[in-house]
Design a protein around this ligand. Structure first.
Ligand code: SF4
Ligand code: SF4
Length: 65
């Protein structure tokens, strides 16, 4: 399971230092989460740390396809 950043992202950079896996980086148009690196913070925290710091609430759980 991983999280995804929606296009609503305003590139504020707030989520980047919260990630224990360095899974968040600037993409082509907005910040993106590397789905291969994101563990939903498992092993570090009980809950995803990036979600509550996002001022526009654009980080969501990636739905399985
Ligand atoms: S849920 Fe945790 S591991 Fe995944 S991107 Fe957010 S801070 Fe990083
Ligand atoms: S905290 Fe939210 S708006 Fe800011 S860079 Fe991260 S995903 Fe984008």
């Amino acid at each position: 399971m991983a999280l995804v950043i929606l296009p609503d992202c305003i590139n504020c950079d707030m989520c980047v230092p919260e990630c224990p896996n360095d899974a968040i980086a600037m993409g082509a148009e907005h910040y993106e989460i590397n789905v291969n690196a994101c563990t939903e913070c498992e092993g570090f925290y009980d809950t995803p740390q990036c979600i509550p710091v996002c001022p526009v609430e654009c980080i969501e759980v990636l739905k399985a396809v």
